[in-house]
Design a protein around this ligand. Sequence first.
Ligand code: NZQ
Ligand code: ZN
Length: 392
Amino acid sequence: MTHEIQNFTFQNPTKILFGRNRIEDIDNEIPKDAKVLVLYGGGSVKKNGAFDRAVKALGNREWDEFSGIEANPTFETLMKAVEKVRAGNFTYLLAIGGGSVIDGTKFVSAASLFTEDPVDLFGWGVGKGLPVQEVVPFGTILTLPATGSEMNSGAVITLVEKKAKVSFRGPKTFPVFSVLEPELTYTLPVRQLVNGLLDTFIHVMENYLTYPVGALLQDRYAESILQTLIEIAPRVIDTNHIDYNDRGTFMWCATNALNGTINLGVPTDWSSHALGHEITLNHGIDHGRTLSIVLPAMMKVRKQQKFDKLVQYGKRVWNLSGSDEEIVDEAIAKTEEFFKSLGAPIRFSDVNLGEDVLQALVDGLTRHKKVKLSEHGDLTPEVAMEVYKEAL
Ligand code: NZQ
Ligand code: ZN
């Protein structure tokens, strides 16, 4: 069967400010009369100076802060920020942090002016899945390369009460600008660097590992991000020798992996993420680490559906040769080896979880209406169980 590149429309409005001393430039991006709410997490941005520099750059603008956005940000915490924005009539939001703070800020941006119940921004069996209405504009200062949230319109939020970790997106929830200063990554602990490398790698895979449609540039672009990550990863996690260019390259890889470029006109498969979110929800495992557990198992269980792309991946990314079958098996082994070399888990047993937890994960997928996943829509709860079992 031959395929062709699917129609696509592409617009990404986020302005990127990359390099040294770019926080200071936010003064040019935020309206002078804006009333700004600065949002951040547990305090890393105070330690590495990003917060103080940002506040200084705000100059005479009126501003206040909202702290305590947790990793895997919760609806419950974020609704407190929504109340603050509404009560204080803030007109601009500034997120300083990783994907969680940026995603949380996206939610606050959309929920603050939403005339319906903010729960209904989410579908997935949680709310009505209504479109985003007006938003409070926001910019971001990225401190953790991983999610690509700094240049996309998606946000993943945990609703504790509803027991769900689900996303929403819309054309209005792109950041207006994002500051990418490689030096802000210097304070990241190895664990978070690894999480970011994994998340970036697997974002590319979700956009790439389906079936070929002849989108040659998108494929090469995806493969070049993967190869770049494989090259820099050992140096990025060596925190005794921090290299500016490596950190800058890592940051730009993460942004490009999920800013809507490599997936243009090609089929995508976000199954590993769907299965991973249930693991984070139930067991608090870091997002990146759920992916390094799920993806190798996904590759094995879905080998036939993804065969052509797996061969291409093996040849081009890992320079493998041999029969197609051999290439595919070795490509999967190489992927696992790469994750292991980063100290990442590749099995449930690596995070001390066993078969007894699997049924609850599959039930979660069903509850969240994730029952026809993959590029073919044929990844049912039964197949999800197979993947989870393969990952034991
Ligand atoms: O809270 P603070 O003190 O800032 O500490 C954070 C947090 O504990 C710390 N950190 C961040 N920058 C640092 C730093 N520590 C030292 N120095 C720095 N420069 O790192 C910890 C983790 O931060 P978090 O933002 O949670 O990590 P990440 O960027 O990996 O984001 C994960 C969240 O993003 C979602 C995930 O599901 C998860 O909820 N995702 C969002 C996506 C999107 N919007 O497009 C796509 C992804 O697939 C993903 O699902
Ligand atoms: Zn991810």
